[in-house]
Design a protein around this ligand. Sequence first.
Ligand code: FES
Length: 357
Amino acid sequence: MANDDTSGKDLTGVTPSGTAHGEAPAGTAVVARDAFENPGFPPHRPRVTDIDPKAERRAERWVYTLFYLSIVGSIFAIVAYMVFPIDAENIASVRRNNLFIGLGLALALLAIGIGAVHWGKALMSDHEGIDERHPVPGTPETRARAVEIFEQANTESGFGRRALIRNSLIGALIAFPLPAVVLFRGLGPQDVDPVTELSHTMWKKGTRLAIDPTGNPIKAADVTLGSAFHVIPEGLQDLEHGLLEAKAKAVVLLMRLKPEDLNELPERKGWSYDGIVAYSKICTHVGCPVALYEQQTHHLLCPCHQSQFDVANHCEVIFGPAARPLPQLPITVDAEGYLVAQSDFHEPVGPSFWERH
Ligand code: FES
């Protein structure tokens, strides 16, 4: 250890040349003696598995049994997912489902962990060694030594030689993520193609536009200049299943501008009614609700990542990460003056990913 003590006290017992005994010249670094001798490594004590072939085989059996047990745990989790489905009406089914899937996953993970630890402690080489620090990058000799170490580790761990352990470990590691694949698939609709499902909404010809959340239909005369309404399809509240999913796709923003301020695309002439326009409320970036309307500029703002859409110009993107305009819902009025949809959206709502399908 370096010491820059310049007090002249003899720390080393070594007299520097040209100085009186017990003194070090100013600025001379001296090395203090270690207070204790380095005892080095304790003598290597072989383990029972190093000297008793029967104990070694027993340890090997334990290790591969644990890895096979992990495979059983993974399969159990998948089977439990199918045998104990979640019934939304029955809370006990949720508990059963979580309990048995959890037990399977716990067994799978624990068995891999315990097996790996036991393999390392009982069968892999336990010789201690010192790995000196070296500059980065290593020299060709160092790299050659690294390869040598890997080969040595392979020999000592028996990874190449102990085929049963190696193969069972590989099998356990491959099987372990499978429950996650099955569980993730369960998040999507089971009996229909998710892409088809997400490409359509509840809107169809003649569906009245209703106020969110009351569900009261909206008359064109109620939409005053500069106002904005959060809108759902009439009848949405009557859905017994999938209400939230249907609402998440169908929500719409309704605004009224002066007809002369609207710059409509030729192919969309007739999609608005007397300056009233309806656009999907789901941001085309990553699907947040576009909830802020700036009446003076006719801009819609998505609060998530600040995408802005220009309502006067068919909701084109004027700022932010969204890649395409908000889809427009074609509207008109029925005989009683209520606003109704002319059809569903003509393109998928939500993040741009769905436009590719
Ligand atoms: S979700 Fe709207 S800007 Fe990102």
